[in-house]
Design a protein around this ligand. Structure first.
Ligand code: GLY
Length: 445
């Protein structure tokens, strides 16, 4: 099968790796914004271009007689690339442009869930003036201030965390209104966040292991918000701080949202859906939905995927995927991004570096390349998350420790990472924190 892949970040390298497991049967054609050093050796051909330009994407795949296209990032989904591919008879994994609004328009997402799902949301309001913002804050207390459109994970400001006074919050509201005419406010929620991603193939929703992404730049959740510094999963597919009800409710919310999207748009959903949730004292709440795989979470999921990726994605695109096999291994996983020292605020000049790839592989870990160019003779950072290490094992803490021992020796000068992702003590402290939030005694306190 000739398989097309759109995108060139870490998520797409992770997807390319599982698609390239059977090179005798499948060949990979990449439409990318830059040549990714990890994807290049796996690809038959790469075309670099503008991912928003659906015409160029479709022309490239038509010219190469592609059977199936997988789209990684959100921007081409929102530009309508899936609609354009299907119009030209190419099977594609991803939501249509109307369905991708679940990610691209947060007011649409909140309104859809209110009308068609009716539970699992914080108090929210879209406001168009400082005065309306002040009224909502006086009703619900502290809020999260969210731009309506895409933020790359970096645009949300929360009172009590980033906005320390009422005036800070109202000023931020005004800034976003000047830019977008409106802004989404949500009651501030306290708890532990988690990512539940699923394969959706019409009415069938196949869950992936639950992950926790570490969004802040530095250990202990300090510094600015990033695209995600890394993630861990546990061998049982859940996370220690989640109660069985939390996961059941997250899955019910995902199922009802899939139905809502299909009913709203009149089209079955065939792609990935990523629910970002928070477990609170009052149960699980939806933070947002994304119409794609998360990054870094996709790196963990693809490392755990046991099923044949090409076949799985083909069945998703055909509306035929069923929960008739085990898709993911029962192992834990940890991914950690290496980023330029000043990321995300001040990444400085491009940095040239070498990497001891043999030591990574000898340690049983894999490298995922992202915002970087070059090859094993020498790499150069491009400014965003440079590359990730991924490993699997019995416990996330064990994998995180192996990774730390290795990174002490081989981390290139000028790059840094978060040490605490997957660390056993950090996971225990999240469990204790969640127990305190729920008002129950934790055995581990
Ligand atoms: N993990 C954050 C994102 O993919 O948006």
């Amino acid at each position: 099968m000739r398989i097309g892949l759109v995108g060139s970040g870490g998520r797409e390298h992770a997807i390319a790796k599982v698609l390239a497991r059977n090179p005798a049967r499948d060949s990979l054609y990449i439409f990318a914004s830059h040549p990714n050093p990890g994807i290049e050796p796996l690809a038959a051909t790469t075309e670099t271009g503008d991912l928003h330009n659906t015409g160029s994407v479709v022309d490239f795949f038509l010219a190469n007689h592609i059977d199936l296209v997988v789209v990684g990032p959100e921007a081409p989904l929102l530009a309508g690339v899936i609609d354009a591919l299907r119009d030209r008879g190419i099977l594609a994994v991803g939501p249509t442009q109307s369905q991708a609004r679940i990610e691209g328009d947060k007011a649409f997402m909140r309104d859809l869930l209110q009308r068609r799902v009716g539970w699992g949301a914080p108090a929210w309001r879209v406001v168009q003036s400082r005065r309306e913002g002040a009224d909502f804050i006086s009703e619900v207390g502290e809020v999260a201030v969210k731009p309506i459109g895409l933020t790359g994970g970096k645009g949300v400001n929360v009172m009590g965390v980033h906005l320390l006074t009422l005036d800070d919050a109202l000023d931020q509201i005004e800034i976003l209104i000047k830019k977008d005419r409106q802004v989404l406010l949500e009651e501030r929620m306290v708890g532990e966040e988690f990512s539940r991603m699923v394969f959706v193939s019409d009415n069938n929703v196949i869950p992936m292991p639950v992950a926790q992404d570490f969004k802040y730049a530095y250990d202990g959740d300090h510094g600015g918000m990033t695209g995600g510094m890394g993630a861990y999963t546990c061998a049982d597919g859940s996370l220690p701080f989640l109660l069985p009800d939390d996961l059941d409710n997250a899955d019910r919310l995902i199922g009802e949202t899939v139905d809502a999207l299909a009913a709203e748009t009149g089209e079955p959903y065939r792609g990935f859906l990523y629910g970002q949730f928070i477990a609170t004292a009052n149960g699980v709440r939806v933070i947002e939905f994304n119409a794609r795989l998360g990054d870094p979470e996709a790196i963990n999921m693809m490392a755990l995927l046991e099923a044949d990726a090409a076949h799985t994605f083909y069945q998703i695109a055909n509306g035929e995927l069923k929960q008739d096999q085990r898709f993911f291994s029962s192992l834990a996983s940890v991914s950690k991004y290496l980023v330029p020292k000043g990321y995300p605020d001040d990444v400085g000049e491009p940095l040239k570096f070498n990497l001891d790839e043999t030591s990574v592989l000898d340690a049983g870990l894999s490298i995922i390349y992202a915002s970087v160019i070059g090859d094993h003779n020498g790499y150069q950072t491009m400014g965003s998350r440079t590359m990730a290490l991924i490993g699997t094992g019995e416990e996330p803490g064990e994998v995180s420790s192996w990774m730390e021992s290795l990174l002490l020796e081989i981390q290139p000068h000028g790059l840094r990472h978060r040490v605490d992702i997957g660390d056993a003590r950090v996971i225990q402290s999240k469990l204790a924190r969640m127990a305190q939030i729920r008002g129950i005694r934790s055995d581990d306190e």
